[in-house]
Design a protein around this ligand. Structure first.
Ligand code: DAH
Length: 337
């Protein structure tokens, strides 16, 4: 052994100490490096036998070895003790962590409520894709090529000629193409229009479509069912009003108003003093729509309606800006969780 060997021996000892992970291991290492039959006595013996000119360097190296190993053992022992001390042990009496829980968005909640209300009078839920063909969104719904709603200003067209549906009405077409009458469905979903967002407009919004087709379905069915819905969703005192209107896919067509929930029909700021709030478009399915899906307009009649979900949400949640529903501000959303 020469003085040059000592740094290597120290290194080996330090590496071994670093890798030890229990007090027992450390005690074994202490015996191996510093103990009576360990490395240190070997070094001391070599020191004794060293030629005089090496003694000084040997002595210094031996000291460094002893101090280095002693200090490293002491530090390793302390860190071993503190990591197994009771302060770091698992305390099973502490309350657990509960991960944050999500909830349904208000729009989804209202969709579910509306589905339940119509479920009670025999309607099932149908769905369709957000990306639609021009045929399903317009042609089959008797909306001619020169109709203003087909304008690029209102509709998002895709490069392949398809579009983002501007209404949930194409779900009517899909459903009738695949199912023979009778039909009794509602179809909730998202719709898209190139609207500039403001307090009452959003380029993405939601509608619920309704379709009832059978023998001898009449306007009285439409009025009865939508009045039932009005009372279920807004309360028993609500009245409905049906005003003549035009939609390409219904004849006759109506717009449906509910009495204002705030002033109960007396007139206030919310209903712009009219006492009524417009909720839906509706009407008797146009025979041309039946023909486009292969139904016989002489054998069946039907009613259809489409209403804006955001409008109903704004009424129920008492908010005056549609954008609240899309800001994803948790302070807002948590109120309805
Ligand atoms: N699709 C119409 C719209 O977005 C709403 C509508 C009106 C749907 C009359 C219907 C209906 O099913 O019969 O403005």
């Amino acid at each position: 052994m020469t003085p040059e060997d000592l740094p290597r021996l120290l290194d080996e000892a330090l590496t071994a100490i670093q890798q030890a992970d229990s007090l027992d291991d450390l005690e074994q290492l202490r015996i191996r490096f510093l103990g009576r039959k360990g490395k240190l006595p070997e070094i001391m013996a070599a020191l004794k036998l060293a030629p005089p000119d090496q003694k000084r360097a040997f002595g210094q190296g031996a000291n460094q070895y002893k101090q280095g190993v002693t200090q490293a053992l002491e530090e390793a022992k302390q860190s071993c003790e503190s990591s197994s001390s009771p302060a770091n042990a698992l305390d099973v009496t502490l309350p657990g962590f509960s991960p944050p829980q999500g909830g349904n968005h208000p729009i989804r909640q209202i969709m579910i409520r509306i589905s339940q209300i119509f479920d009670r009078i025999g309607f099932t839920v149908a769905t369709g894709p957000d990306i639609e063909t021009v045929f399903n969104n317009f042609d089959a719904l008797n909306t001619p090529a020169d109709h203003p709603s087909r304008d690029e200003q209102d509709t998002f067209y895709l490069e392949d000629g398809r579009l983002l549906r501007t209404q949930t009405s194409p779900i009517q077409i899909r459903y009738m193409q695949e199912n023979p009458p009778p039909v009794r469905i509602i179809a909730p979903g998202r719709a898209y229009r190139r609207d500039t967002p403001d307090a009452t407009h959003s380029a993405t919004f939601h509608q619920v479509e309704g379709l009832y087709v059978a023998e001898k379905v009449s306007m009285a069915d439409l009025k009865g069912d939508l009045t039932y819905f009005a009372r279920e969703i807004l309360g028993p005192g609500v009245k409905t009003r049906f005003r003549p209107h035009f939609f390409p896919f219904t004849e006759p067509s109506v717009e449906v108003d509910f009495t204002c929930h705030v002033c109960k029909g007396k007139g206030c700021r919310v209903c712009k003093n009219s006492g009524w709030i417009e909720i839906a478009g509706a009407g008797m399915v146009d025979p041309d729509v039946f023909r486009s899906v292969g139904y016989d307009p002489d054998a069946v009649t039907g009613y259809a309606f489409g209403m804006g979900l955001e409008r109903i949400a704004m009424i129920l949640l008492e908010i005056d800006d549609i954008r609240r529903l899309y800001d994803n501000d948790l302070r807002f959303l948590r109120q309805f969780a």
